[in-house]
Design a protein around this ligand. Structure first.
Ligand SMILES: NC(=O)c1ccc[n+]([C@@H]2O[C@H](COP(=O)([O-])OP(=O)(O)OC[C@H]3O[C@@H](n4cnc5c(N)ncnc54)[C@H](OP(=O)(O)O)[C@@H]3O)[C@@H](O)[C@H]2O)c1
Length: 360
């Protein structure tokens, strides 16, 4: 028997009030023929995980009785990296030691182990397997954070608009994790970019970092709002067109990037960091045939599992070829003497200082 630790909640609310650790037994000696037992290597804390616990996120896990409790409990965490510990007699697509990630959201990645079936996981190359191909192995952070932010950036750039040479996309939240992946994919795919960031004391340092990652141009929110700055952008783009705007901020920032689109442009809204509504001038719709729609990676990939595998394979290839840099996380180590829920609650508090990754 294995004693697993899981971070769970019985009702929605503020994570510090509702999260607790539930220990439960997994019978690892009697796996069913199609079962796969995995141990967790690392799982991040994403904004959507927190919103799920609060009960304000549209996709939610079920409350279940699988955690050896008299009450139904819901698991936490959606992204994570696992290593296969044991497989049932009929499992062919995995072997012990493989690295895997969950196929679907809501399975609960903030726990030490998971018992699932062969259909619940997607295989990633473990470092030894990558090295055998002469490639660089994925880090724990790359594996554990591969299924949300990198596919979001990659799919927004590849799934909607056909770019020609010299064309551009523009994005706000240019310094966010998604924004940094988008700048890198833009460079890898030959698409120019303009990234809008908030002003800050070390502005030039941040601009240099983002340009080093692959952003073609980085501008501030003031420049995004300024009419006069429009001529600079016109000079930059030359014969190219700004065809796509990626919006994770809303408010004035979304108006600014929408205005910079050429006729027939598309804006994808994937986040609302300013908590302000998206405001679009009527004239853009009428005279520029502007389109605005939402993007949600969970929904897109739930309905298109093949696209998920194809996208993950491409991202793995970029990582193995060292063409893509992951967005760094603050790694916090768990050991069995600690209370797992307390670690995640502290991690949620620390999330305002950057992405937190719990490493097991
Ligand atoms: N729809 C989807 O499928 C999907 C998928 C992944 C992520 N998301 C969403 O995308 C957003 C970014 O996620 P992430 O993990 O990349 O975030 P992150 O790395 O934590 O970065 C958040 C960014 O938001 C900026 N920001 C915060 N408040 C702001 C404000 N009031 N005005 C302007 N900018 C502000 C921050 O700017 P500074 O650098 O200046 O601090 C930072 O760059 C989140 O809303 C997340 O939920 C959506």
């Amino acid at each position: 028997m294995i004693t697993a630790h899981a971070v769970v909640y019985q009702s929605h609310g503020d994570p510090k009030d509702v999260l607790f650790t539930q220990k439960y037994q997994i019978d690892d000696e009697n796996l069913k023929e199609n079962q796969v037992l995995v141990k967790t290597l690392a799982s991040p804390i994403n904004p959507s995980d927190i919103n799920q616990i609060q009960g304000v996120y549209p996709s939610k896990p079920d409350f279940t009785d699988k955690f050896d409790s008299s009450k139904k409990l819901a698991p936490t965490g959606n992204e994570g990296l696992f290593q296969v510990l044991k497989i049932g007699s009929n499992v062919e697509n995995f072997k012990v030691g493989d690295w895997v990630i969950p196929k679907s959201v809501n399975s609960g990645t903030w726990q030490t182990h998971q018992l699932g079936t062969a259909n619940d996981f997607i295989k990633l190359p473990n470092p030894k397997q990558s090295e055998e191909k002469g490639k660089t192995g994925l880090s724990l952070n790359q594996g554990a954070t591969i299924s949300v932010n990198p596919p979001t950036a990659y799919l927004m750039l590849t799934h909607y608009v056909k770019f020609n040479k010299n064309d551009y996309f523009i994005q706000n939240g240019g310094n966010s994790a998604v924004g940094k992946y988008a700048s890198q994919f833009g460079k890898l795919l030959g698409i120019n970019s303009i990234s809008v960031i908030r002003d800050r004391p070390n502005l030039q340092e941040t601009i240099d970092k983002l340009e080093n990652l692959g952003a073609t141009h980085v501008i501030t929110e003031d420049q995004n709002e300024s009419k006069e700055f429009g001529s600079t952008i016109k000079n930059w783009k030359g014969t190219g067109k700004i065809k796509l705007a990626l919006n994770c901020v809303g408010g004035k920032s979304s108006t600014g990037i929408a205005r910079k689109l050429d006729p027939n442009g598309l804006m994808l809204t994937y986040g609302g960091m300013s908590m302000k509504p998206v405001t679009i001038p009527t004239s853009l719709h009428i005279f520029k045939n502007f389109t605005s729609t939402g993007f949600w990676v969970t929904e897109l990939l739930k309905n298109n599992p093949e696209l998920k595998i194809k996208t993950l394979n491409q991202i793995v290839e970029y990582y193995e070829n060292e063409q893509l840099k992951d967005s760094p996380s603050n790694e916090v180590k768990f050991d069995e003497s600690q209370d797992l829920a307390s670690l995640y609650i502290k991690g949620i508090e620390d999330s305002k200082n950057g992405k937190q990754l719990i490493v097991y």
